[in-house]
Design a protein around this ligand. Structure first.
Ligand code: KG4
Ligand code: ZN
Length: 338
């Protein structure tokens, strides 16, 4: 089992990815073909275009992952694929490819929850990491605090009531005329601004609640931009970016550590695309030092959508005997822990 090769496949949104993993934690290859330039001119992901691109990219990406790993299809011991959450047409491309390969190679199939995959990226980053720990999942579609008791037991402590953190970054960037995806753009711009210049709201920022809400913040930023425009003031974009980011980050940081303390977890891990936000990383690190909690986050490649994290989650599912069959379907609204 420890030397088994897992082929991972990910196609839930706008990245087509395939990876080969040896055992649970050794990444032999992790090929990611991003569609960002294709969707950029529309200001966001266009689902039908994403599906069409996945169909074109999926086999070349899988072939490249095998070639880079120095293995052939015959060496693959199991196939792990994201089956939700995500865009249904995009998910179906990966699920169909994985089913076909598992059937043709006569190897087990593992349907993986994309959010669990994001959390498991941390096992690839730190080979000594073991549950239990608390995970802060922040992506374009989700913001959640998850208690990971062991490799198969996840408890959702709270999530966003409206927009995800990444979605808020993307929407604010869009109204400020910045390209898609907006998160990295705001991150960059915020470095030149003053985070205390504008006092934006922090929703649900009271102790004891693990729920999030970012739609009020988004409205407050829009209202600020409109009122400045009406007054004929020039907008200091870097200050808006820094102040908006500060509001998001402080809420995430406080809630994550409060939840870790309530759950009596000594380790906090970060997961999802927004995990690459430089301010979020540094604030979590600073707070972890103060509170004596171990903190870690995946490297940049492992933060955003990739198939290595899916293969890793699949490996541990197989170890627990949780296999899928040929009836596996895409589940766009899949929740965590299912
Ligand atoms: O996990 P991911 O690759 O896809 C989903 O599963 O949603 O996350 C993508 C999200 C986007 O909203 C993007 O703007 C955000 O992650 N993101 C960032 C940064 N890099 C990516 N948000 C804030 N700061 C960043 N540096
Ligand atoms: Zn993701």
């Amino acid at each position: 089992m420890d030397e088994i090769l897992t082929l991972g496949i990910e196609s839930s949104c706008d990245e087509t990815s395939a990876a080969v993993l040896r055992g649970g934690r050794e990444v032999l290859s992790n090929i990611i073909s991003t569609q960002i330039p294709v969707h950029q001119k529309f200001g966001g992901v266009v689902p039908e275009i994403a599906s069409r691109k996945h169909i074109v990219n999926i086999m070349p990406v899988i072939d490249e992952a095998l070639r880079k790993a120095g293995v052939t299809k015959a060496d693959i011991g199991q196939v792990a694929v994201t089956y939700g959450p995500g865009l249904v047409g995009a998910l179906l491309v990966g699920v169909s490819a994985a089913k076909a390969l598992a059937f043709a190679l006569d190897v087990p199939l593992l349907g993986v929850n994309h959010l669990e995959g994001h959390i498991f990226a941390n096992f690839l980053q730190d080979k000594s990491l073991e549950p239990p720990f608390l995970a802060l999942v922040v992506s374009g579609g989700h913001t959640a605090l998850v208690d990971v008791a062991d490799y198969d037991t996840f408890r959702l402590l709270g999530q966003t009531r409206d927009d995800a953190a990444g979605e808020a970054f993307d929407k604010i960037a869009r109204v400020m005329g910045l390209p898609y995806p907006g998160g990295p753009e705001i991150d960059r711009l915020a470095k030149e601004g003053d985070p205390l210049a504008i006092d934006f709201p922090r929703a649900l920022d009271k102790a004891g609640s693990s729920e999030f809400s970012f739609s009020g913040l988004k409205s407050a930023v829009l209202a600020y931009l409109n009122s400045e425009k009406m007054k004929g003031h020039e907008i200091h974009k870097a200050n808006v970016a820094a102040s908006f980011q500060h509001s998001v980050v402080e809420v995430l940081v406080h809630k994550a550590f409060d939840a870790a303390e309530q759950a009596e977890r000594k380790t906090l891990v970060l997961a999802g695309g927004v995990a690459s936000n430089s301010n979020l990383e540094s604030r979590l690190m600073e707070e972890a030092r103060k509170r004596g909690i171990r903190f870690q986050y995946p490297g940049r490649i492992l933060c955003t959508d990739n198939a290595a994290m899916i293969a890793c989650r699949g490996y541990y599912q197989a170890r627990a005997g949780h296999f899928s069959d040929a009836y596996l379907n895409a589940v766009p609204g899949l929740s965590l822990g299912v």
